[in-house]
Write a protein that binds this ligand. Sequence first.
Ligand code: PEP
Length: 252
Amino acid sequence: MRPFVVAANWKMHKGPSEAVGYLKAFLPHAGSLPGRNKIIFFVPAIDLWVVQQALRDTSIGWGAQNCHYERQGAFTGENSPAVIAELLASYTLVGHSERRTLFGETDEALAKKLRALQDVGIEPMLCVGETLNEREAGGTGDVIRRQLREGLKLRDPVKPFLVAYEPVWAIGTGKVAAPAQADEAHRVLREELERIGGRDLAEKTPILYGGSVKPENSGELAAQSEIDGFLVGGASLQAEAFLALARTEKKK
Ligand code: PEP
């Protein structure tokens, strides 16, 4: 059975002291979460040290929101996958739509990042999703299939990764995909995973939904058979709201 993964994306919010305060409020409740749930915090890279100190003796995972594909070199301002691994991160985001649209990240660069993370023992979470124009033009399937295929082009065939389906029009907008709409996109991605790596890969890879997930809509989304968790931006910024999402029970 795949885990149900509830991941927080803090984006460019929270410095080290706020991060520690948040985790202090969250951690006393972590023991009572459903056993199938895996919790991950994607934090600003500058917080990774204190987050590691706070979470290292727990079953909660943490990681960065982006990295470079080289391990070291003259790349001012970038973060090395090897350093993220040294900070004991188990996961890192690749290709969040804000990286793709605001920072011009290409499928080619993302494929290299995904492989670089696997090479240092970090599980990448590859984000894919269509814009509103692409959806309205009937292109959702083609776009997310392409982003998935291209992003996985250099992957290590024996190392795990996760996928997050995040329709761009639903991120930070308050517009959530209808549960059946999200489930259909997840089905497309699961089929593409099977084409890429066979039934086993498709069966074992968690596909999370992201886009304005909140405690009020999480139950209906989690009830969809292909949704294996959430990637949460806005609602992850308050420990209490994120805790409510972390408590989501996957029934199927
Ligand atoms: C995200 O940043 O990945 C995200 C899904 O944001 P929000 O939950 O705010 O839509």
